[in-house]
Design a protein around this ligand. Sequence first.
Ligand SMILES: [Zn+2]
Length: 278
Amino acid sequence: MSRLKYSGSYIFRGALLGATQFWRVSRVFSMNDLREVTFRFYGDLKRFLPQGKRTGAFTYAVKGSPAVKDTIEALGVPHGEVDGLVINGRSVGFYEPVKGNDTIAVYPDSSKIRLRKIKRLKPKLPANPKFILDVHLGKLTRHLRLLGFDCLYQRSYKDQDIVETTLSQRRIVLTRDVGLLKNKLIKFGYFIRHTEPDKQIREVITKFSLSFKTKPFHRCLECNGLIRRISFLRVINHLPPKVSKYYKEFVTCRICGRVYWKGSHYKQLLKVVKRISV
Ligand SMILES: [Zn+2]
């Protein structure tokens, strides 16, 4: 392929299916503008990198002096997964400019990797974490609510809804969308590694140390509202006859008003609680 200068931009000429093709490139840069830097990603940050860059250090060409955040996200790693950055032996923040010949180490938030003398980039999580989940995580939402955790979820959520809510309510974004986690406004974000719901809930419990914070059957599975007891007399007229005959204890959601009792569905949920608790 040859390269010709033309009207301030380059034209690349090549042969395709025997015919000469031309591509005009509107955004042009000279190869002289590119500078090589050396990256090394640690821990499970490697999973976000392209194949071929997941073992050891590798070189990468950058144009100009971009912020290191932009460079690591161009490689596929969302900044929300990064907890430490070291450039040429110096601990830096996300907006440190990258220059030619830099050596950059990128560390995850992981108890397996000790980040001594490295500035931690992730904000400290709230003591009682609350979550907001993307549209792909409906089953995980129900499991978390079943264990009593405060989780917002709507199938109609747009990315902007999630960003605004995490900002205003300090909720942790749980998502399978790497692109969403690259939004610079998201301070608390986590990419769910697993795809199976039972593994996902164990992953979240372990990641956020929730084992001792579970409160099963304290929250409505449908709307996230808290549950309270309600007297038999107040619900009797709204119950199927068989239910009012055999059950006398009821709870209701403070928000949507759903009434729950310990029927066969409750026994099934008890099995789920046992299965997903870590
Ligand atoms: Zn409810």
